[in-house]
Write a protein that binds this ligand. Sequence first.
Ligand SMILES: C[S@@+](CC[C@H](N)C(=O)[O-])C[C@H]1O[C@@H](n2cnc3c(N)ncnc32)[C@H](O)[C@@H]1O
Length: 413
Amino acid sequence: MPVSERSGIDDPANDPPINPQRTLVGSSGLIGDGEGRYLLVHRRADRRYWPDLWDLPGGTVADDEDVDDALVRELREELGVEVESFQFLDTALIKEPASGRRAAINVYAVAQLTGEPANLATDEHDEIGWFTPDEFAAKGVLSAVNSIVRQALDLPIDHAAPGVEHVDMESTWDDIAEHYQAQAGIPTDKIHYGAGTPTENELQLLGDPAGKDLIDVGCGGAQNTIAFKRAGAARALGVDQSAEQLAFSQRLADQEGIEIELLKARVEDLVPLPDDSFDLAFSAYCFQFVQDIQATFRAVHRVLRPGGRFAFCVGHPAYAMFGEEGYDLSKPYFQRDAEFIWPFDDGHVSRMTVVHHTGEDLFDALRLAGFQVERLLEPEFTEREVGNWKRDVERAKSIPRTIIFAARKPEAT
Ligand SMILES: C[S@@+](CC[C@H](N)C(=O)[O-])C[C@H]1O[C@@H](n2cnc3c(N)ncnc32)[C@H](O)[C@@H]1O
């Protein structure tokens, strides 16, 4: 195919009419120079999507084309090289905040190629260059792609999301831990999925935890971690990034005389936990504070044993379209990022950045991490579990407040 007909990710000829909600599929290659540097191409400032950005070489998979074949074709057309062997690494879901344009990029490590890379696609790229992985983030390489590269090279993952101003959530949670725990008053006798939602004790999405090793991802005050231990879990580990939340957890566990383990870590990589360590993974209302949901699900998948089960809930992305009260739209469904001003009863106010992953985002990210998705629940509001929650109960009866997924790590084949 001549260069002019190449299927670039934003080639208008491939994209009529523009539907920013349609997810494009692409293939990109990580090419090393053998001396610790990797090839990036600079997208021209006049590109319609993702302009003025350093990226891995590659492009859109054509209709009816195999994703592997697209890698070979793209690198031939863009750089004049013949890819001889390669290894698939992972798929990055990316979204351009301004346009809403989404793409699923299959990222490959190129093991062997012939030819010297040259910039043949001058309509797309105005420069190519070799960089160390530590230079990638500063060059603006998209974080979802960058974290796949860093994972493949066994480097610590950079969690920064370029282009979005995000509040430091660790210090924000440290700051509000005391006010939040005092106000929420979360009980420890049941495993909760949030206010107004049936509990895990009723839903049994993870089965009987007795004798099982469990990780509570983003445990907050560890009320659920404690409840799992009470329900017979052999080991119950609560992981959170916030030292203040963990300090509260320890005090609570001591008060209740329940032995749990606590670890300060980020859910995006769950370092230093070893692979295949848990039978069950659980998370309540953590992932709407997490930018890189793919890395997070990969980390949960990594620490689960084959056949292990994972159940989690987040605030329902449809419920998140509305403000404090009533039905006034505060943001479109497809706008993931939002600022959340949280006034507490004691006068304390906190500003947070939240990420309302859509149902599709969560489903795709689970599948891409290797999970089999077993259940998706949008439970009707139940007065039984309201607790201290005083928000708009009438609205919660007409729009699901919580979305729950249950998934399984397949048995080893
Ligand atoms: C709303 S609280 C929920 C806590 C608990 N799961 C519950 O249901 O009560 C969210 C918790 O997620 C933690 N969190 C948010 N982002 C995190 C991250 N990237 N890594 C680790 N913990 C995180 C926060 O520190 C906070 O304690």
